[in-house]
Design a protein around this ligand. Structure first.
Ligand SMILES: Nc1ncnc2c1ncn2[C@@H]1O[C@H](COP(=O)(O)OP(=O)(O)OP(=O)(O)O)[C@@H](O)[C@H]1O
Length: 742
């Protein structure tokens, strides 16, 4: 019951298989994947002693495969067995980005990219609508497991923005070691549309509440489950089955939980829960292994039923067969081969519905109580009231109109009611019987035996009347002495039969019947006589001896041949009438078509219109599904867009804030620097000004040391020149110092 398939992800869409050290072969017996890793390139690979790694699988799909083919080859057979009442699981395993989500859920861009889940839902609901002999009920659940914690993805109550906002799912185990998931909601889905809406709700929650560690890839396991219940209408036996569609976390994550030694080596390419999954699978594939470590992780506990229990399990191993990923791909193939060794014994999950069983038992108890009270004679004597009679009539009507063949008429332990119902039934029966007799003459295709039975019914009534009349006549005849002879003749004739010792009462009765026959032969004609014959043949009231006597009597009777001839004639007439009926019907049709070609044209037209309507309806239905799917895709894209926008917005806002802050800090530091320099310059300037004025004064002071000519005019010019030269010198120094400071 296990299948392994490999679907290659988008990463290898541009892959040249041979150049990238791997190749895929397919033949009728299955398919194989081969990795050729030259030893010099094999450094760091899992096992670099080998050059060629070859794995055989049931099916291998390359990168060109369509989603539809994946569904037809993998999911459809599992869905069929789920419909039949077996549990089914499909799980996708592989490294990150190799196409697990694409395979299980599908791509978010095109309608044709729908994955296994939407296609399976569509298939299941189509099957339900085509099978009217069963009543199907479906529920859906969607669980996400992240870091050993379960979350209900179908929670529509809260708007989840983080994974922690979703309801936490807990594992409970009962005394029979059955697993129950507390807080995981089971949503009813009456049709495909409702189921798809639930899937999209779960996917949206999954997308919005992405795991904190890695936003881009799924580090969590997601289990979408369809719970199916099917029963025949009115039956207490139900078949329950589950279909798990599992998208596992990327298998290439190295555990960061601080493991060491052997465990760390084994967990090198898988995260911890996948490591435990592998352990469970190894244990299951080992013969004589009694303990299977399911309890080690939530994933293995939830999938306990699917991995080694009562389930048809299919594993899809996804690979990105790229040069960089060869080690991961080989590891995935090894895991898939181990899964292939597990043998499951899937059984039908049939059980009695406790609710229906209780109802049935209650009914049984009630009818037993009724019987008991009838037997013990607890009955009432007063007449039924008008209200009771009316209620009884309603009950009887409901009982007769109930299409369920097992329906019963519950009257309680009251013989008055039972009698009244019987008399009502008798009236109804007589009415419908006469109607039926009327119809009978117009009916075709009736089995001869049915006709005989019906006629026998009529006969019994008529015969009873005739018999009474015959008995009256016989009583009269008995009084006549000449009739004594006939009586003794009959007695003599009958005494030759083994019934002769039955006693006088029987003899007299046979004698009377013989007379009645004679009487009827004369009185009511051959038809009634034939009826009498049938009555005598079929009526169970005659004893064996009497019947034999009658047969002998009939055989030896002078009219025997005539009777036989008439019997044959009757048969022929019945056949002819039946033929005529069908012929007349046929004729009616022919006449209709001949007489009314317009009607024929109309009929043909109606047929064509019907066909066109049906095909248009089918197309419309498919279109509707597609439109709904696209709407949901758009809705999801919108949500994603909004979420991405908000992220970008907050990122930009924080970066702008950072810039502003930096600018502010810079401005402040510039200002502080400026102040510092300004104060410094101020001090310096003050110093310089004082120097300047000191220079000026010194210039003034030093004027006395300048040799003068004595000419007043000349001396004042000399002094002015010296003063100007000193001032320009001081200003030059100040400028130089100011420049240097700046
Ligand atoms: N067969 C394919 N055809 C087209 N696109 C594909 C195919 N397989 C995968 N992709 C694309 O490759 C990308 C990664 O695929 P996907 O998310 O399914 O990988 P994954 O194995 O689920 O990764 P993770 O472990 O991170 O969840 C997606 O954008 C998906 O649409």
């Amino acid at each position: 019951a296990q299948k392994q398939s490999i679907q290659l992800g988008r990463d290898n869409l541009t892959l040249n298989v041979h150049q990238c050290l791997s190749s895929i072969y397919t033949n009728q017996a299955g398919a194989s994947v081969e990795f050729i890793v030259p030893r010099d390139l094999a450094d760091g690979f899992i096992n670099n002693k080998k050059e060629c790694y070859k794995f055989r699988f049931q099916r291998v799909f390359d990168q060109t495969v369509k989603q539809e083919d994946i569904f037809e080859n993998i999911a459809k057979p599992v869905a069929d067995s789920v419909l039949a009442g077996y549990n089914g699981t499909i799980f996708a395993y592989g490294q990150t980005g190799s196409g697990k989500t694409f395979t299980i859920t599908g791509g978010a861009e095109r309608y044709s990219d729908r994955g296994i889940i939407p296609r399976t839902l569509s298939y299941l609901y189509t099957c339900f609508s085509q099978d009217s002999s069963m009543v199907y009920t479906t529920h859906v659940s969607y669980l996400e497991i992240y870091n050993e914690m379960g979350y209900d993805l179908l929670d529509s109550q809260h708007e989840a923005s983080r994974l922690e906002d979703l309801p936490k799912v807990l594992i409970m185990e009962d005394s029979d070691q059955n697993i129950h998931l507390r807080n995981l909601s089971l949503q009813p889905s009456a049709n495909e549309e409702e189921a798809l809406n639930l899937l999209f709700l779960g996917d949206t929650n999954r997308m919005i509440a992405e795991t904190p560690m890695n936003q881009a890839s799924t580090r969590s396991h997601c289990i979408f489950t369809v719970h199916l219940c099917r029963r025949e209408p009115g039956s207490a036996t139900v078949r329950r089955s589950k279909l798990h569609l599992v998208d596992l976390a990327g298998s290439d994550r190295v555990s960061k939980t601080g493991l060491n030694g052997q465990l760390l080596t084994e967990a090198k390419y898988i995260n911890l829960s996948l490591h435990y999954l592998e352990q469970v699978i190894i244990s299951l594939s080992e013969k004589n292994r009694s303990h299977i470590p399911y309890r080690n992780s939530m994933l293995t506990s939830v999938l306990r039923d699917s991995l080694g229990g009562n389930c048809r399990t299919t594993m899809i191993a996804t690979m990105a067969v790229d040069k960089r990923n060869v080690d991961e791909s080989i590891s995935t193939c090894r895991f898939a081969q181990r899964v292939a060794l597990i043998k499951n014994e899937a059984m039908l999950n049939e059980e009695l519905d406790p609710v229906l069983l209780i109802a049935r038992l209650k009914k049984e108890i009630q009818s037993l109580k009724d019987e008991l009270s009838i037997v013990t004679g607890q009955q009432r004597d007063e007449q039924l009231t008008m209200e009771e009679i009316q209620k009884l009539e309603e009950l009887l009507k409901a009982f007769l109109e109930d299409p369920d063949p097992d329906a019963t008429l519950l009257l309680g332990p009251d013989m008055r009611k039972i009698h009244h119902c019987f008399s009502l039934l008798k009236v109804m029966y007589n009415k419908s019987f006469s109607l039926f007799t009327l119809l009978f003459t117009h009916m075709s295709n009736f089995e001869t035996i049915n006709i005989l039975m019906l006629q026998t019914g009529i006969l019994i009534k008529m015969l009873k009347k005739e018999k009474k009349r015959a008995q009256d006549a016989a009583a009269q005849l008995d009084n006549i002495t000449s009739d004594q002879k006939l009586a003794s003749q009959s007695t003599t004739q009958l005494s030759t039969t083994p019934e002769s010792n039955e006693g006088n009462r029987d003899i007299t009765s046979t004698h009377q019947e013989g007379r009645a026959i004679q009487y009827m032969k004369k009185g009511t004609g051959i038809r009634l006589y034939l009826f009498f014959y049938i009555y005598m043949h079929y009526c169970p009231q005659l004893s064996m001896g009497k019947q034999e006597a009658f047969e002998i009597f009939m055989r030896d009777h002078e009219d025997h041949l005539t009777i036989e001839d008439n019997k044959t004639l009757l048969q022929q007439r019945l056949v002819t009438s039946s033929c005529l009926n069908s012929y007349s019907l046929h004729n009616v049709r022919i006449i209709c078509t001949e007489v009314d070609p317009v009607e024929e044209n109309l009929q043909t037209h109606i047929e064509q219109e019907k066909k066109a309507y049906k095909s248009t309806f089918g197309r419309l239905k498919a279109l509707r599904t597609e439109i709904e799917h696209l709407q949901l895709l758009l809705e999801r894209a919108k949500v994603k867009l909004q979420r991405d926008f908000h992220k970008w917005w907050s990122r930009e806002a924080s970066s702008v804030q950072v810039t502003d802050l930096t600018f502010l800090c810079l401005s402040i530091s510039v200002f502080v620097l400026f102040c510092v320099f300004f104060l410094k310059d101020l001090v310096w300037c003050c110093g310089n000004i004082s120097v300047f004025f000191r220079a000026l004064s010194s210039t003034k002071l030093s004027a006395s040391s300048i040799p003068l000519t004595g000419d007043k005019q000349v001396d004042s010019d000399i002094l002015a020149f010296i003063k100007a030269r000193e001032i320009s010198k001081t200003l030059f120094c100040l400028c130089c110092m100011g420049n240097a400071t700046i």
